[in-house]
Design a protein around this ligand. Structure first.
Ligand SMILES: NC(=O)c1ccc[n+]([C@@H]2O[C@H](COP(=O)([O-])OP(=O)(O)OC[C@H]3O[C@@H](n4cnc5c(N)ncnc54)[C@H](O)[C@@H]3O)[C@@H](O)[C@H]2O)c1
Length: 265
């Protein structure tokens, strides 16, 4: 019996990066999936997982910022599989700019995808979870915003911190109806998002920007998307049955060092 046998999960932002890693781990553990993404590339990713794990997967090409599309994705999931036990609200965006140059359009883009996208995803799945007597929602926040930040991340940090508040409120609101809501706070994993941020941070040498992230991490490396997927699988599964409203940091220790110069190492 695998950890997610019999479970049906909807995963947003599942074409590449962390969403692909989450979907891969969910497929490995036996879940049936609805993989949602803005990009039609999600179908190729799903096909790989069908071949590699024999997983039952449907895809939905849509925008988390559009509530009707998210409702349609949830409805298709239930129509296909008869239930919806887990939602992984992973889709998100990050663009860097000095605060004084950040346009309102850029700010609103982050709010639309990162905050309203998760809001819409939760509102789309909660009615089914209430009907079937429970469920688990896992939200991709970040260490950025709530715990740390780098210059240029004002819009991103603001929206990721907001997701901690949403997690806490939904957790308390639905605790007595058996819907658990937790969020993850990842440091850095190598994904298309981080490669783009490295390009924006150091256009002349983006690889060195990625190498330098690892220097500041006590484990001296970035996370693999499947390592983050393992945490999403634990939080989605019944193994975490007494966890709700938690913010789980997964960062190789990156938020721990007080300085880069003091101590015996
Ligand atoms: N990579 C990291 O180091 C890191 C760290 C902390 C938190 N996170 C969070 O993890 C999540 C995934 O990050 P990633 O690095 O894999 O990003 P990514 O940009 O590499 O991949 C994001 C995926 O989401 C999809 N997507 C984007 N906007 C969408 C929308 N409006 N509707 C539907 N799909 C959409 C993209 O098409 C893409 O497939 C994000 O919420 C991000 O903020 C990432």
């Amino acid at each position: 019996m695998k950890k997610l046998d019999g479970k049906v999960a909807l995963i947003t932002g599942a074409a590449v990066g962390l969403g692909e890693g989450i979907a891969e781990v969910y497929a490995k553990y036996g879940a049936k999936l609805c993989m949602v993404d803005l990009s039609p590339e999600v179908e190729a990713t799903a096909d790989r997982l069908r071949k590699d794990y024999g997983a039952e997967i449907i895809t939905y090409v849509g925008n988390v910022a559009d509530k009707e599309q998210m409702k349609a994705a949830a409805a298709q999931t239930v129509k296909q599989f008869g239930a919806l036990h887990i939602a992984c609200c992973n889709a998100g965006v990050c663009r860097l700019a000095p605060f004084e140059e950040m346009t309102d359009e850029m700010r609103d883009f982050h709010i639309d995808v990162n905050i309203k996208g998760v809001w819409n995803s939760c509102q789309a799945v909660v009615p089914y979870m209430l009907q079937q007597g429970g469920g688990s929602i896992v939200i991709a926040s970040s260490v950025t915003g709530d715990l740390v930040a780098d210059a240029g991340e004002a819009a991103y940090a603001m929206t990721k911190a907001a997701l901690v508040g949403l997690t806490k409120c939904l957790a308390v609101e639905y605790a007595d109806r058996n819907i658990r809501v937790n969020c993850t706070q990842l440091g850095y994993a190598r994904t298309p998002m981080v490669e783009k941020m490295a390009q924006e941070s150091n256009p002349a040498d983006p690889e060195s920007a990625i190498r330098d992230i690892a220097v500041g991490v006590p484990m001296k490396r970035l996370a693999k998307p499947t390592e983050v997927g393992e945490l999403f699988a634990f939080l989605g599964s019944d193994e975490s049955s007494y966890l709700t409203g938690s913010q789980v940091v997964i960062d190789g220790g990156s938020t721990l060092p007080e300085t880069m110069s003091m101590g015996t190492n």
